[in-house]
Unconditional design. Structure first.
Length: 106
């Protein structure tokens, strides 16, 4: 695995962990049906946020190869789009090494 792929995978895993914590906090306090998360793309300079429902986020999290990104942040070399919403895109890792990192960090 290249250093670039490892860095991208680490960034995605970090953003996923942050979003899972946000989701748990929102659930604990019975907040609104949707909440704001950070984009789970692998870009080190990405600071974008997006809105997603708790139900949709739980569905994404049910598969360790799925991530939520801002439209336009998908990387066709390593992933494919499996769902489009007006505020986000759900991607699935297709690159074998990237998929392995995603599963290890789920």
């Amino acid at each position: 695995m290249s250093e670039r792929e490892r860095r991208i995978g680490s960034n995605e895993a970090l953003f996923r962990e942050v979003n899972e914590r946000i989701s748990r906090i929102q659930d604990d306090f019975g907040q609104a049906q949707s909440f704001e998360i950070v984009c789970e793309c692998g870009r080190s300079d990405c600071e974008e946020r997006l809105q997603i429902s708790h139900q949709a986020y739980r569905q994404v999290r049910s598969n360790p190869l799925h991530f939520v990104v801002v439209p336009g942040h998908e990387n066709p070399d390593m992933e494919r789009v499996i769902e489009r919403d007006k505020t986000y895109v759900v991607i699935e890792k297709t690159d074998e090494e990237a998929a392995e990192v995603a599963e290890e960090t789920a």
